[in-house]
Design a protein around this ligand. Structure first.
Ligand SMILES: [Zn+2]
Length: 256
């Protein structure tokens, strides 16, 4: 029996989590939606497009959906609405960034559950801790970027599971990356995890994505205590957004 992504409720009570929250559906008159997914570096991407953004991912229970998740979404709306819809220049303070991080991580876990099935990336303990306290695992990294494409309003999300294909210091580790694009806003999450359960007490490395994307993507998780100004100096456009979503595909890291 499939469980809620965030609590022990069973599938018969599962409702749907909108990938694009209702406030986004109301704010953006036309949308384009794309899901790309793959389960390992060796698999081809599976991809599909849809015009309507009413897709629901039935991975959470009604109680989670209607209570704390709805609360996170409403708080995110206050911070992000004008950025998503109008690309409005905004200073995000630490309290705002916590809301954005919670929103991003919630989408990231939902995306993982919708595409992975039985073996979720984040542990049950980590997901329940998020539900009860909005605590995000300390090894999770998150970036914020800005998108400006030919199509005025768009939405995309990509999840990838990446594993080093050659022996080395990262053997046994996999990385989950999630990119969520809505209107002008881009959130990208990257998390490392041990593949085997008995490794899971070992410390995890973090990926250094290199400097190429620095002008376009601002890292704000783990928290560094400072406010940030959005949008960053460089926008992502139609020709760069895909490369940005795939930027961790070739794992090229320094272990730290
Ligand atoms: Zn639940």
């Amino acid at each position: 029996m499939k469980c809620c992504a965030f609590c022990p409720s069973e599938a018969k009570k599962l409702s749907g989590e909108h990938i694009w929250d209702d406030w986004l559906n109301r704010a953006l008159p036309t949308k384009r939606f794309r899901v790309r997914q793959r389960f390992s570096q060796l698999d081809p991407f599976r991809q599909y497009d849809a015009v309507a953004l009413k897709e629901k991912l039935s991975v959470v229970c009604e109680t989670c959906n209607n209570k704390w998740m709805s609360d996170v979404s409403n708080r995110a709306k206050k911070v992000l609405h004008e950025m998503v819809v109008a690309g409005k220049r905004t200073i995000l303070f630490q309290a705002d960034l916590r809301v954005v991080a919670a929103f991003g991580f919630m989408k990231c876990v939902v995306g993982d559950h919708a595409t992975r099935g039985e073996d979720p990336f984040f542990s049950r303990a980590a997901r329940e801790r998020f539900r009860t306290s909005l605590t995000i695992p300390s090894e999770v990294q998150m970036w914020i970027a800005a998108f400006q494409g030919a199509c005025r309003y768009s939405g995309k999300f990509t999840t990838s599971l990446l594993a080093p294909s050659e022996p080395g210091p990262l053997e046994g580790i996999e990385f989950y990356s999630h990119t969520y694009v809505i209107g002008h806003l881009v959130l990208q999450t990257l998390a490392p995890g041990w593949k085997r359960v008995h490794d899971r007490v070992r410390p995890l490395p973090t990926l250094e994505p290199g400097t190429d994307w620095l002008p376009a993507a601002i890292q704000f998780l783990p928290e560094n205590g400072s406010a940030l100004e959005w949008p960053p100096p460089k926008y992502l456009g139609d020709s760069t957004i895909q490369r940005f979503m795939d930027r961790f595909d070739r794992i090229n890291v320094s272990v730290g």
